[in-house]
Design a protein around this ligand. Sequence first.
Ligand code: UD1
Ligand code: UDP
Length: 359
Amino acid sequence: MKVVTVVGARPQFIKAAVVSHVLRDRHTEVLIHTGQHYDYNMSEQFFKELDIPDPDYNLGISGGTHAQMTGRMMIAIEEVLMKEKPDWLLLYGDTNSTLAAAIAAAKLHIRICHVEAGTRTHSMTNPEELNRICTDHVSSLLLACTKSGMEGLEAEGLSDRGHMVGDPMYDAFLQYSVKREIKDIVLKTPDGDEFDVPDGYYYLTCHREENTNKEDALLEIFRAMESLDLPTVYPVHPRNKERASRLVRDNGFKNILLCEPVGYLESTALVRNAKSVVTDSGGLQREAFFAKKKCVTVLDFVVWPETMTGHRNELSVPVADEIIKRLNTPQVIDGDDEPFGDGNAAERIVELMERYQNI
Ligand code: UD1
Ligand code: UDP
């Protein structure tokens, strides 16, 4: 079986790492990196730390408007697919790289396997929602991480192509999150100065269009974090670097420790050792749940309802008092709750592609 995998953004490298290792044991994988994320600490560092094979194709496409990025990717991916003629196109999540590859492959009648299928926010202004819906509707094999993913497929009449496999992010968390000790992590400020992780801290990430297009949202998040009992470690996504640095400087925030993006081993170690997590990241919300850390998600839609039990993960509007109120609500953990599978999602993904390759 020959599989072309398309990745482009940070969370996709992590998911592809666990699946690629299983896939390559018994099949041929051709890896396309669209180039959507390209800084060393947003891309190559993940390939190195997670031992992901070098991409066979690096398309070098990033930036621009959504349509510009997606269109350029479609043209380049189509060319590779016509040359490689795979049995499957394997896709993860909901980025522009995912959408571009899905449309290109569907028009070439190449079977698509979509991992993280069925996830829905029901917010049509959320760019990832459009990418998910379009990708699911042109895919042949729809692999959901959780029960809510299966429900999302059912609601759109797609469940006959759907299977629940568990979450490859959970596989990755189990395999990699214990590999880096917090004492061995050296953070770097946006100016390049090194510093150690403080003894106690909150972990913040923030990169969504919803929170970074408006200055007020990020400022309110910072006001909340500044007023807490411990400092906040915030690895800044490049989308936000200029604005975050300026807001921290101009407002004299002393409790917010901005740093360059960290690798996956560092990020998961930071989650495990944090007092609590504040984020707008889909991946971070799940990792906080895996690590049993209280999470506040600054978004107005739910992405992973499974994490929202017992106040473990709560939505907040970007208003300082609201964020603080939710952070202070204690979580209640039901020890038996394992909605993201058993850590063997990668194996199931490969098995299902094998089972359906000739159907
Ligand atoms: C993308 C995904 C989002 C995902 C996130 C993971 C879409 C629509 N969005 O958002 O779903 O949660 O990746 O992190 O696909 N940039 C750099 N260096 C890099 C990468 C990005 O400087 O290595 C800058 C570029 O100026 C770029 C901007 O960040 O224009 C935004 O990057 P982009 O890939 O468009 O969106 P993300 O916010 O990363
Ligand atoms: N992450 C990382 N370094 C960072 C910030 C986050 O490795 O500096 C990891 C994080 O632990 C999670 C993944 O990146 O595994 C989430 O990706 P991101 O937030 O970029 O995208 P999303 O999950 O929201 O699509």
